[in-house]
Ligand binder design. Structure first.
Ligand code: GAR
Length: 213
């Protein structure tokens, strides 16, 4: 408990590569009081990412850590780990971070690293998930928030939200429909992780009743 009796707020880092709309959805949920957390660091591998600019405008600590210029993936990840440690980060939230993280990096935040992916996993992992869904001809797609493990989009699922796929959909029309659900699913998933007791049983994230926050 903090001094005012409220539960302590979890310290989040958000990693992004582009627009940052999921980051902004998390920040909005925090500001509404829906998420007992604070974003203590925003990191991008793209110096020009609009999400990084948005974070700075909100007065959040925001750093660019481009992969280019680093001699190796290990060197890049080591800088990232230092930035996370310096900000005393407890949870790492991947929000459109388009870079694979090594197994040893993931192991530094066991069950404390979360990703959002624009498909109903395990369908369509990897790049261009919405185009894969349109191409495949599925009638339903959506988004998945999951814990990160050493694989690609393969960790235990926390929350999923579905949307219809129409015959006339282009990948970008489907992406926009899914994105609206992403902005609800990500705060909801983090809230559940922070506010409820949970355990992993097999591949399953099993939640107990919600704590009083
Ligand atoms: C989102 O659709 C997210 O699900 C996707 O990138 C977009 C980022 O948008 N992530 C992946 O495809 C990861 N495999 P945003 O920058 O506006 O949050």
């Amino acid at each position: 408990m903090s001094r005012d009796g409220a539960p302590p707020r979890a310290r989040l880092a958000v990693l992004l590569s582009g627009r940052g709309s999921n980051f902004l959805a998390l920040q909005a949920a925090i500001e509404r009081g829906d998420l007992p957390a604070r974003i203590v660091l925003v990191v991008s591998d793209q110096a020009e990412a609009p999400g990084l600019k948005a974070a700075r405008e909100l007065g959040l600590r925001a750093v660019a850590l481009p992969r280019r210029g680093e001699p190796s993936r290990e060197a890049h990840e080591s800088k990232l780990l230092s930035a996370l440690a310096e900000a005393d980060v407890e949870w790492v939230c991947l929000a459109g971070y388009m870079r694979l993280l090594s197994a040893s990096f993931v192991a530094r935040y066991p069950r404390r690293m979360v990703n959002i992916h624009p498909s109903l996993l395990p369908a369509f992992p990897g790049l261009h998930a919405q185009a894969q869904a349109v191409e495949h001809g599925v009638k339903v797609s959506g988004c998945t928030v999951h814990l990160v493990d050493a694989g690609v989009d393969s960790g235990p699922i926390i929350v999923q939200r579905a949307v219809p796929v129409y015959d006339s959909d282009s990948p970008s029309e489907l992406a926009n429909r899914i994105l609206q659900q992403e902005h609800k699913a990500y705060p909801e998933a983090l809230r559940r992780l922070l506010a409820q007791r949970w355990e992993i049983v097999g591949r399953r994230v099993v939640f107990a009743a919600e704590k009083n926050l």
